[in-house]
Design a protein around this ligand. Structure first.
Ligand code: C2O
Ligand code: CU
Length: 436
């Protein structure tokens, strides 16, 4: 208890956080939170629907937004009030390795009734998220995730800054969460839901002429979502938290599980978000009411994050994705594998010295798409012509596709590299890189 008195504490409820975040601050300030992972009753099908037993952070589904300013320090105590172990991973944040929240690699699984203090600062501005990283195919599906937003020191001029958590829920005929114990889909597209929704942090109507920022986060365990936004003349300004040097005209942005995109644009009418990956599914939106005169001038690039210059690669490795239904039989594994290894090995894929660069040739030798995520640092997608492309933490490969990524490893430690389709990860598509 003594410890608790020393600390300035907040619980992560949306209202508490909103109230706790002043609009502007001259100095980076320390932020303390308690995040309680707990079983909670959630009405997934609306207030009149039946309650489902979910897992939440502080009772909120989906998880409340943690909003920091670039450079802030976060001090978050995870209290495990579940009946099983858990851990939090801070997806896309360049944390010290011991704060990365990966079982078997960076920390022990936190047992029920235990607590763990995550302490780190956030070097990069942008749209990130936090989620469970133990039995994540189940714990994330049950609600253990939320947005982590690091605002720029010089934020863009917008009327509204709205976080959009894209949800893919599996709901049974009674309107309750469907735990879907059939794991046969794990070797195909993974666990795909039957109810898709966009959860908006601020659902108030917009005015025509407003300039708004949408921070899209694909929180689905396995579903790829191609988001189309109508009612907005928008430009794509960031991918996976990292600003684009030159914003792009925006029509549809495809997001694999774990990927994010920031869009800034001017409202021209009712905002509707649709997933157009397969049959068009309306995810949600914002009604328009009232009008204001539009800003002059196009959407500019966001202020850039600390530069991580890409050196000449000292190693070039290949990572072949294997397995899945309908694929060729592979040696000694069922499910999925990288380079004939299914599941986390005691040996890393590769060792590399800190502050050196490496290319990884990702080969999707399966009949299914995969979203490959690297912990602890971002990487560049390299174009087929050798050009340096987007700076991301997760890259989506369609069946049969090959892509080279190049990474300057700036962060020491044991970093997971895995498919962010969480059923694929559970079924073996996971390895790690040792940065010494
Ligand atoms: Cu978003 Cu290894 O995770
Ligand atoms: Cu996969």
């Amino acid at each position: 208890m003594q410890k608790m008195n020393r600390r300035h504490m907040l619980s992560v409820s949306a209202a508490a956080l909103a109230a706790a975040v002043p609009a502007t601050r001259a100095l980076a300030a320390n932020r303390s939170l308690i995040i309680r992972a707990e079983p909670s009753d959630v009405r997934l099908s609306g207030v009149d629907g039946p309650a489902s037993q979910m897992m939440t952070y502080n009772g909120t589904f989906p998880g409340a937004e943690i909003r920091l300013q670039q450079g802030d320090r976060l001090d978050a105590r995870l209290d495990n009030a579940l009946e099983e172990g858990t851990l939090i991973h801070w997806h896309g944040i360049r944390v010290p390795n011991a704060m990365d929240g990966v079982s078997m690699l960076t920390q022990e699984v936190l047992s029920p009734r235990q607590s763990f203090e995550y302490r780190f600062s956030v070097p990069d501005a942008g749209t990130y998220w936090y989620h469970a990283h133990y039995l994540s195919y189940d714990q994330v599906a049950r609600g253990l995730f939320g947005p982590l937003i690091n605002t720029e020191t010089h934020p863009p001029d917008v009327d509204r800054d709205i976080t959009v958590q894209l949800l893919d829920l599996k709901i049974d005929a009674s309107g309750r969460f469907d735990p879907d114990t059939d794991t046969s889909a794990f070797t195909t597209l993974g666990r795909i839901g039957n109810v898709q929704k966009a959860h908006l942090s601020d659902p108030q109507p917009v005015r025509i002429g407003d300039r708004i920022r949408l921070r899209l986060i694909n929180t689905a365990t396995d579903r790829i979502i191609a988001v189309q936004v109508t009612g907005l003349e928008g430009r794509l300004v960031a991918l996976d938290g990292m600003p684009l040097a030159v914003p792009r005209d925006f029509d549809v942005v495809t997001l694999g599980p774990g990927q994010r995109a920031d869009v800034i644009g001017d409202v021209t009418g009712e905002i509707i978000l649709t997933d157009v990956r397969e049959d068009a599914v309306i995810l949600g939106g914002l009604s328009a009411s009232g009008e204001r005169s539009r800003r002059q001038g196009v959407v500019a690039a966001l202020s850039s994050n600390p530069d991580v210059p890409l050196g000449r690669a000292t190693q070039n490795v290949e990572l072949v994705m294997q397995g899945g239904a309908g694929g060729a039989a592979h040696r000694g594994f069922a499910g999925w594998a990288f380079n004939d290894q299914s599941g986390l090995s005691g040996q890393p894929l590769v060792r590399i010295e800190r502050d050196t660069a490496m290319t990884i040739r990702l080969v999707n030798a399966t009949g299914w798409p995969h979203a490959i995520h690297l912990h602890g640092q971002h990487f560049y997608e390299i174009g087929t012509d050798g050009s340096i492309g987007d700076y991301r933490d997760t890259t989506l490969l369609e069946p049969g596709q090959t892509r080279i990524i190049a990474c300057q490893f700036t962060n020491r430690g044991r970093w997971l590299l895995h498919c962010h389709m969480l059923s694929h990860q559970a079924d073996g598509m996971v390895t790690w890189i040792d940065v010494t």
